[in-house]
Design a protein around this ligand. Structure first.
Ligand code: UD1
Length: 334
């Protein structure tokens, strides 16, 4: 939505293993409702590990005199839990997939890429807010794959004689939904992450939230994270693309967070207050692999990009809940 509002022409590639094709129908509806005329969004269903498939997408675009000029690469698996159980799947989808994409990009001389990285690559050997120069110490196969892809991108950049334009966006904790209530997330199965779990409890699907520990060294004892509204996250991609297009080739890594911490209890209280609903919870023991506090130092991103996050925790809770109320079963049953 953000890119189309800015007049970009898009080709969307998705295997749809974790997503619904209806999301793109909704994208078009949102723009129609805003009276924004857009060109057709080309959609290609396929897997990024399939070099022939990716190659055909680039080839078709070139033959149509619309060569692909940049890629925003979000295609990957993102469950820490699943990655611990099945690391080879994560190396295959995330790393092999990225490599196949990069090889095709190189062949077509498309050398501008914004990559979805994650704050998880910093591991847990730090305190307070994190700057980009912090050493990478991922603690899970998922985190290892994100760090490895950043390294691969760096090697592509170096071997090209520093000629690629690469931005690694290291996401903190994205939550919320499009403010229209027409786009959002509905994880398959039991959600691992806090926000979708809170929504299911609020909808009455689960009896209560389980809070993983209230004995962390934080103000109220529960884990503190840097939650960022998905619209601010989306805007950071648009800003990163603009930045790459308008500056010399470079390899850059940016923390995408608000710089503010919110505890589990604070998020629960805000959600209840803003949405006027009940959210029962129980306290259980700490979850393995969790860290007490993870907050972005976002100064570098603020200084480089024409971007700053503007949405509050209240906005995140309100928009996320609106999406859930309007789409209790996600995209499949309105
Ligand atoms: C997790 C991943 C991170 C990944 C991100 C994807 C881990 C250690 N980290 O981040 O690598 O990039 O998801 O979105 O898995 N909590 C509860 N009850 C719940 C769920 C979570 O109390 O049912 C707490 C957690 O202990 C944590 C906070 O809520 O303090 C946020 O958890 P979550 O939403 O899972 O995000 P992260 O663990 O920060």
């Amino acid at each position: 939505v953000s890119l189309l509002e800015d007049g970009y022409k898009l080709i969307v590639i998705d295997s749809n293993i974790n997503s619904s094709p209806l999301a793109l129908v909704r994208v078009k509806e949102i723009l129609q409702n805003k009276n924004i005329a857009i060109e057709e969004i080309i959609f290609k269903n396929g897997d990024i590990r399939d070099v022939n498939f990716i190659n055909n997408v680039f080839k078709e675009a070139s033959l149509a005199n619309n060569p692909i000029t940049a890629v925003i690469h979000f295609a990957g698996l993102k469950s820490v839990f699943e990655s611990v159980k099945n690391p080879s799947l994560y190396w295959d989808v995330n790393v092999v997939g990225s490599l196949s994409l990069l090889k095709v990009m190189e062949y077509y001389d498309c050398t501008t890429i914004v990559f979805s990285s994650s704050a998880t690559i910093y591991g847990d050997d730090w305190s307070g807010s994190i700057v980009e120069s912090t050493g990478l110490e991922p603690k899970s196969p998922y985190g290892n794959t994100k760090a490895a892809i950043e390294k691969i991108l760096e090697d592509f950049f170096k071997i090209s004689g520093n000629n690629w334009r690469v931005a690694n966006l290291r996401y903190f904790n994205p939550i919320g939904a499009h403010p229209s209530g027409m786009l959002g997330e509905n994880p398959l199965g039991i959600p691992n992450n806090l926000f979708p779990y809170i929504c299911r409890v609020a909808k009455g699907e689960y009896k209560n939230l389980v809070i993983y520990g209230n004995d962390w060294p934080t103000e109220d004892g529960t884990g503190v994270r840097d939650y960022i509204h998905v619209m601010d996250l989306a805007a950071s991609h648009r800003a990163a693309l603009d930045y790459l297009f308008n500056n010399e080739p470079q390899f850059i890594s940016l923390n995408i967070g608000t710089g503010r911490g919110t505890s589990v209890i604070q998020l629960v209280d805000t959600f209840k207050r803003i949405n006027n609903c009940d959210l029962p919870y129980v306290i259980s023991k700490r979850r393995k692999g969790d860290v007490p506090t993870l907050i972005a130092n976002n100064q570098y991103a603020l200084s480089k990009l024409d971007w700053s996050p503007s949405k509050s925790i209240e906005d995140m809770c309100k928009d996320g809940w609106r999406w859930n109320l309007l789409n209790p079963k996600g995209f499949e049953n309105r």
